[in-house]
Write a new protein. Structure first.
Length: 430
């Protein structure tokens, strides 16, 4: 007998399909009560801040973003307190929001900034779905369910074993990454900007175009520009060369263990640090200094090196030489650091090694003492993850390429200066 699909059967099939689809979305975003469909993500409208910790840990980055934004537009009482106790946002977000609200009162005591800081607009749609997601930077573009032209930027960050919102609208979102902007009730759409550098060579040549820094406030408390340490240099480079582009070029993930998850860096873990994969470091040594085998590029980038990199390169090399000269001293410091991490103080206690390369009366040996302290901690971590020999090879190649005369003058004799005892602990300079 030939079977035909009746109208009743078709309705049943559609109903089963919807139930299965909603069941799938429930797995994506547990705890939500209603959903819209967009870009493959379910988004909840009903506010629910009573989720268990295990539920929060199961949410993906995009889910956290749409959940927070949809709960935000559903909430309409005492927004400051709602943000203050919200488990979906970082402390950095809360602090930035609080400061912006306070600044708005100085602009206009009654109406503040005159627009919603989290929406970057004066109105909002009924809900949001994901339009675009950059898993490397954590930035998303969300657009309105019933208002597709309404777009807002949100940033998520993997912190404390779960995804949290670290920026939205104008809160913790750099100007160039913001979508929206008040123009009546219509947002001015500015898509996520493509950074100019797409290759390692591009990145070297783009360094002079660096403007500001690409890190959050909690990752870089103050931007010292070209006078900053390695963290500052890394954050500044992010304005011309994205982290996602960089790791896409590498053959393996940079870290085989540690707090860095799903392509995002967690630079403030109190219990652990990133253990580099030796295969990645081998690739980095062979590929991050293209000027070593390209005379034309070396000529073009020598001035860039001198202005932006030379001081740090020299400090890190001298620090490596110094701490490598005393095996007992280095073993003691590595054990001390591991103990600090076990006690949840890996990001808070750092050695007093200001005078490692010279005391204050001798101008610290010609090096910034803050950079010396940070370099010491970096080499201690590289000793623990057993990649210090490869990084030293790479640093040697960098110095021989751009700074050969200095390198020869400072590498002929073994290090003989005694290493200072370290009894005091300080926060690490970034």
């Amino acid at each position: 007998m030939k079977r035909t699909v009746t109208e009743k059967n078709m309705k049943s099939i559609i109903l089963i399909f919807i139930v299965l689809l909603l069941g799938h979305l429930k797995q994506v975003c547990p705890g939500d009560e209603s959903y819209h469909f967009g870009s493959g993500y379910g988004t909840g409208i009903v506010s629910d801040l009573s989720l268990r910790e295990s539920d929060l840990q199961s949410l993906s980055g995009p889910c956290v973003a749409v959940k927070f934004m949809n709960e935000y537009i559903a909430h309409n009482e005492n927004t400051k307190e709602w943000i203050r106790f919200n488990p979906l946002v970082t402390e950095s977000f809360k602090e930035s929001y609080r400061e912006l609200v306070q600044q708005g009162k100085s602009v206009c005591p009654k109406n503040g900034w005159g627009f919603d800081l989290i929406l970057n607009a004066q109105d909002h749609p009924d809900g949001f779905v994901v339009l675009e997601y950059n898993s490397g930077s954590g930035h998303l573009l969300l657009n309105g369910v019933n208002w597709p032209a309404f777009i807002v930027t949100v940033k998520v960050k993997f912190k404390n074993e779960r995804w949290l919102v670290n920026g939205a609208g104008v809160v913790n979102i750099p100007t160039l990454k913001r979508a929206g902007g008040v123009d009546g009730d219509q947002p001015k759409i500015q898509p996520l900007r493509e950074l100019p550098a797409q290759t390692i060579e591009d990145a070297w040549l783009a360094i002079p175009a660096i403007d500001g820094n690409g890190c959050d406030r909690e990752d870089l408390g103050f931007n010292y520009g070209i006078h900053g340490g390695m963290r500052s240099f890394f954050c500044r480079v992010l304005t011309v060369f994205s982290w996602q582009t960089f790791i896409d070029l590498a053959p393996v993930n940079p870290f085989h263990s540690g707090p860095h998850q799903e392509g995002q860096l967690n630079l403030n873990s109190d219990y652990q640090f990133g253990y580099y994969d030796r295969r990645f470091v081998r690739w980095a040594v062979d590929n991050l200094i293209p000027g070593s085998s390209d005379n034309k590029l070396r000529t073009l980038t020598r001035g860039i090196y001198n202005k932006n990199i030379r001081s740090l390169a020299r400090t890190y090399w001298q620090t490596y030489r110094a701490i490598s000269s005393d095996t007992n001293w280095l073993q003691f410091q590595t054990k001390r650091y591991i103990k600090a991490a076990e006690n949840g103080r890996a990001n808070r206690e750092f050695f007093d090694t200001y005078e490692l390369l010279g005391g204050g009366r001798k101008n610290w040996g010609g090096h910034n003492p803050n950079h010396v302290r940070t370099a010491t901690m970096w080499w201690v971590r590289r000793t623990i993850d057993e990649t210090e020999d490869l990084w030293a090879e790479g640093l040697r190649r960098l110095l021989e390429t751009y700074d050969s005369a200095w390198f020869q003058d400072n590498n002929n004799e073994p290090w003989t200066r005694p290493l200072p005892p370290t009894t005091r602990m300080y926060p690490e300079y970034k």
